[in-house]
Structure formats: C-alpha cells, structure tokens
Design a protein around this ligand. Structure first.
Ligand code: SME
Length: 157
C-alpha cells in the first residue's frame, strides 16, 4: 500500500522534524515503556490534533489497549482483526485512507475516517504492540507519516 502514497507537504514534515527529537529525548530519559507510551501519545496528539492517538500492546494472544489520547476505545483486538490486528499479523504498517473501505475495520468511534497503524518490535523483531492513530478526516495519512511514525515505533525496541 505504501508505494502508492504521496509524500506530503513540507508543513507536516516540519512538524515531525521538530517533534521527533523531543520524543527521542523523552523516551531516552525514562525506562518504563508505559510511561513513555503515555507521553508519546500525548505529544503526537497535541502536535497534530488527531482524533485518537494511542498504543495497543501484545499480551498473550491479543492486542490490549494501552496509553492513549482521545475517546474511549475497544480494549482487546484479535490477531488479524481490524487494522490493528492486520498490522500485527502482517508486521506491516497499515495506511488506511478511508476506514469504510478496509475490510473488517473495527469501529471504536464512528467519527474515525482514516487511520494509520504502525507495528512496534522488541529487540528480536517480534511485534510487541502497535501505534494506532485515527483521524476524523479522510486521507489524512501518507508516506511522510509512515516514515516518521515508524521511527517513533522503533524507539520502543
Ligand atoms: N480501528 C481500529 C481499532 C482501534 S481504534 O481505532 C482505537 C482497527 O480497526 O483495528
């Protein structure tokens, strides 16, 4: 999917360029991953004004809701289900321009229109969770988001 995406405008890139070093500093200063997920969700959410920004963690055989900003959300997602479960199963970032076109999309909030989900790995390359961001507008996410958000996800190795 990613190869069909456009590189977005300088404005978005500039925001990520300013945000990424701040996120790196926050994560470097704290060893607890939950605390870091909480602050990273907040930093991304506040910078871009997304609808929902948060993490799901792999616990046993499910994704379980972790730290987030935005409305309350589904707590457990099976592997292979929805956008999050697909990102886990395929180990690929999912960029969804229109959630209604994604087979099996899980509707946590009817206001969500587009979505990006980025897998998080441990040092062995196993998926340990996902970073999930929802927008209330169509076509919000593109290759620029994928590139920078994968860098954010890599900080949780
Ligand atoms: N829409 C997601 C579920 C999580 S919520 O968006 C927060 C999915 O289909 O996996």
């Amino acid at each position: 999917m990613a190869e069909h995406l456009e590189i977005s405008s300088g404005c978005k890139r500039e925001k990520y360029e300013a945000l990424l070093p701040q996120i790196e500093a926050v994560v470097a200063a704290e060893s607890d991953p939950i605390a870091n997920m909480a602050n990273v969700a907040s930093m991304i959410h506040e910078t871009f004004g997304f609808w929902w920004t948060g993490f799901y963690r792999v616990i046993d055989d499910m994704l379980v809701l972790g730290p987030f900003q935005g409305p309350m959300a589904c707590t457990r997602i099976h592997k292979g289900r929805g956008v999050c479960g697909t990102a886990w199963l395929t180990d690929q970032t999912q960029v969804v321009p229109d959630v209604e076109q994604f087979p099996g999309h899980i509707t946590c909030s009817s206001a969500s229109r587009s979505e990006i989900v980025v897998p998080i790995h441990d040092a062995n390359g196993e998926v340990t969770g996902v970073l999930d961001i929802d927008s209330a507008e169509l076509n919000t996410f593109d290759e620029t988001d994928r590139i920078y958000l994968e860098q954010v996800a890599n900080l949780f190795h």
